[in-house]
Ligand binder design. Structure first.
Ligand code: SAM
Length: 293
C-alpha cells in the first residue's frame, strides 16, 4: 500500500507530469507554466520540440531527454534526484505524458521509491475527441494505437467488439483509411467519429456511420492528426453474441458443453443443441452417439 500526500512537505522533491498543448499553444495552463519555471530539470520526449515551446513561454530551465531508448537509465536517475529534493517535470511532445507516450514507468518507479507523483490536468487528444464525437461519454475505453498488421488488429477488435462503451483509438494519417475499413469489417456499421487536427486551424469532426465515414476516407486527402472514436456495442449485438456463444463449437462439443457445464442429461443436451442450431434432433443425436460409442 502507498499513501501520498502531494502537498505536504513541499520542500521535498517530486516528479511532475505536465501536459502540453496538442496544437494550440493557448492550451497550456498557468499551473503548467509555473511548474516548468520552477523545475530543477525538464525532461522531454524530444528536446528540440520542447525547446520551441519553452522559448515561446520564455522558460530557460535545464532540459534533458526522456524517450523510449533512454528511459530505463533516466527513470533511475530522476528518482534519485527527486529523492534528493529535485523537482523533475516530465513533458511529452504533445498532450498528457504517459498516454501513448513515455511516462508510466517513471510513475511506477517513483511510487516504488516513495517519491511524489504530481499529475497536472491539461490537453489530451483522446478526451477532446470523445467529447466532440457525440458518442456515449459515460463509459469509454481508450485503446491508443492499434497494431499495424491486419491480423493483429482483428484479434484486438474481436476482444473489443463486446465492449458496451465508446472506444477511442489514435491513428496515423497514413493508416486511417485501412483502420476504418477493418473497424467496419469487424464491428459492423456502428457510428464512428474521426476527430482531426484538434485545437488547430483545420480542426474537423467527421461523424457518421462506418459506411459513410469509410466512403469519406476513400475520397479525401487524409492529412494531420487523427483520433477515431467508435460507438460501443448495442444491447441487440450483445444479445446476439450471447445467443451464438456456441458458434465456435462443433455439434458434439456443443452437446458436451451442456452436459459438463450445465449438468444436463445427454437427452436434454441433444434437444437443446438441436434447438440452438436449428437442426433435426436426430442429426445431433447421431453425431453425438457416433463419437461416444
Ligand atoms: N500524449 C498525447 C495525448 O495526451 O493526447 C498523445 C500522444 S500520441 C504519440 C499522438 C497521437 O495522438 C496522434 O497520432 C493522434 O492520434 C493523437 N493526437 C495528438 N494530437 C492530436 C490533435 N491535435 N488532433 C487529433 N489527434 C491528435
Amino acid at each position: 500500500m502507498n499513501i501520498q500526500k502531494s502537498f505536504e512537505n513541499e520542500q521535498e522533491g517530486a516528479i511532475y507530469f505536465v501536459p502540453t498543448p496538442i496544437g494550440n499553444l493557448e492550451d497550456i495552463t498557468y499551473r503548467a507554466l509555473k511548474i516548468l519555471k520552477e523545475a530543477t530539470v525538464i525532461a522531454a520526449e524530444d528536446t528540440r520540440n520542447t525547446k520551441k515551446l519553452l522559448n515561446y513561454f520564455e522558460i530557460t530551465n535545464p532540459l534533458t531527454s526522456y524517450h523510449e531508448h533512454n528511459k530505463r537509465e533516466k527513470t533511475d536517475q530522476f528518482v534519485i534526484q527527486a529523492k534528493e529534493g529535485a523537482k523533475i517535470a516530465l513533458v511529452s511532445d504533445a498532450g498528457m505524458p504517459a498516454i501513448s507516450d513515455p511516462g508510466s514507468e517513471l510513475v511506477q518507479a517513483a511510487i516504488a521509491a516513495d517519491v511524489k507523483v504530481v499529475v497536472l490536468p491539461g490537453a489530451n487528444a483522446a478526451l477532446c475527441a470523445l467529447v466532440g464525437s457525440g458518442l456515449e461519454t459515460d463509459a469509454f475505453y481508450f485503446y491508443g494505437f492499434l497494431p499495424r498488421k491486419k491480423k493483429e488488429k482483428e484479434a484486438v477488435l474481436t476482444r473489443l467488439k463486446k465492449l458496451d462503451a465508446s472506444i477511442i483509438f489514435y491513428e496515423s494519417p497514413f493508416r486511417v483509411k485501412d483502420t476504418v475499413a477493418v473497424l467496419y469489417e469487424q464491428l459492423g456499421n456502428r457510428k464512428i467519429t474521426l476527430a482531426r487536427e484538434l485545437t488547430k486551424r483545420f480542426e474537423e469532426y467527421i461523424r457518421g456511420s462506418m459506411e459513410e465515414v469509410l466512403a469519406w476516407t476513400e475520397k479525401s486527402e487524409l492529412k494531420g492528426e487523427f483520433v477515431i472514436v467508435v460507438e460501443g456495442t448495442s444491447e441487440a449485438d450483445l444479445l446476439e453474441a450471447e445467443e451464438d456463444w456456441w458458434s465456435a463449437l462443433g455439434v458434439v462439443a456443443h452437446v458436451k458443453h451442456y452436459i459438463e457445464k450445465d449438468g444436463l442429461t445427454s437427452k436434454e443436451a441433444i434437444k437443446q443443441t438441436a434447438v440452438d442450431r436449428k437442426l433435426p434432433k436426430r442429426e445431433v443425436y447421431q453425431a453425438y452417439h457416433v463419437e461416444n460409442e
